[in-house]
Design a protein. Sequence first.
Length: 446
Amino acid sequence: MVSNLENHKYLKFSNLKTLRFWDYYSLSNKSEIYSNYPLIKLHDVLVQRKDYIKIDDTKLYKRCRVKVRGQGIVLRDEVLGKDIKTKKQYLCKEDDFLVAEIDAKVGGYGIVPKELINAIVSSHYFLFEINKGELNPEYLSILTKCEGFSKQVKATGSTNYAAIRPYHVLEYLIPLPSLEEQNRIVENYNTKTQLAIQQGEKAKQLETDIKNYLFQILGFEKLEETQKQLLQIICYSTLDRWDNSKAFTLKSTYPIKRVKEVLFDISTGTTPPTARKEYFDDGKINFYTPADLTGKMYLVESKRKVTQLAINDRKARKFKQDTLLFVGIGSTVGKVGIIKNEYATSNQQITGLKLDSTIANIEFVYYYFNNFINITTKEKTQATIPIVNQNKILNIPIPLPPIEIQKEIADYISNLKRKIQGFKSKAIQNNELAISEFEEEIFSTI
């Protein structure tokens, strides 16, 4: 019998002496990286920092933590030494490479920023000092966000023991251009990420401009809330509810109406019995939950669906097109969205409002609700979770300009929203371009 070892069609042979890690990813070459620049092991440019301090119970210490997916190092908290159980801790220095023992396999590593100098970490973190004469810390920071680096960490985390050890880190390979080239590459990367930051800031400013515009165009004065005093004098004839703990006055240049005055219908959603598969399997009708209301005006697609049978059996409540969905229960109480399709359904955390379009423009009402959640959820109860029930929704105050002015306001804000989306999209593109150009220059496919 003649073997076909030369072709290695079915068998793969690896020289164990040349392997850095004995795991599937390494054995299958999935952890291998290629570059036009020289590849070096991190132990050539990093040294583990092993010196530690003993915690003083009377001193205040900063503690930092590593965010996963290569998102960097952030402040965890500031605590007195007496509240730190493990008295042996390690001091971070600026530009140290910090690696989390457990979370490394999901990108738990990064460069220590200036503001976290002398922050402390436990022995579950590894600190490495960078030889800045050969390696730019910013270059390493960017490099560790790339697949070419992270797949090596994944390899060492693919064994039964998920945690990594310092010697694993020092065995990782990185492409190392000259320091001058590193600086140039980092500068190109930063040019695009800084542009993305500026575009993100412009988007945030426009969001603020929208709220300021609404505040001004509606002629709002400062919300006057009753303060807790020894003595309060309240004119009950001017209140809709005899509940002085919730009393406040909303002032506008336009008439203040209550939601109940601009409604055709209000109803709360229902969830069909989940055990009845025929209500969900192969369903085509949108079934909205609070998680589907993410800040977009029009709701087009829900994560879950129900069948027509669920509606026919009155196990799911049907809401028509242009119904305003209002989250009345949960951590996102006050979030709103408008049904775009012919009809849809929702769960019991959501209440649907069908407005009288002759006196209330649906988009204007959406923008009002979306920007003044502090008003629309003012009367929420919060025993265990926030709740705004139907009666409280009906009592929400809303300033109503003439219908044509409402439409002008909505159109103006929609135009600003398009600009905001444009800035956000460009920011995402520039961030993606920055990392893709970095990877293209540093790594090669063969």
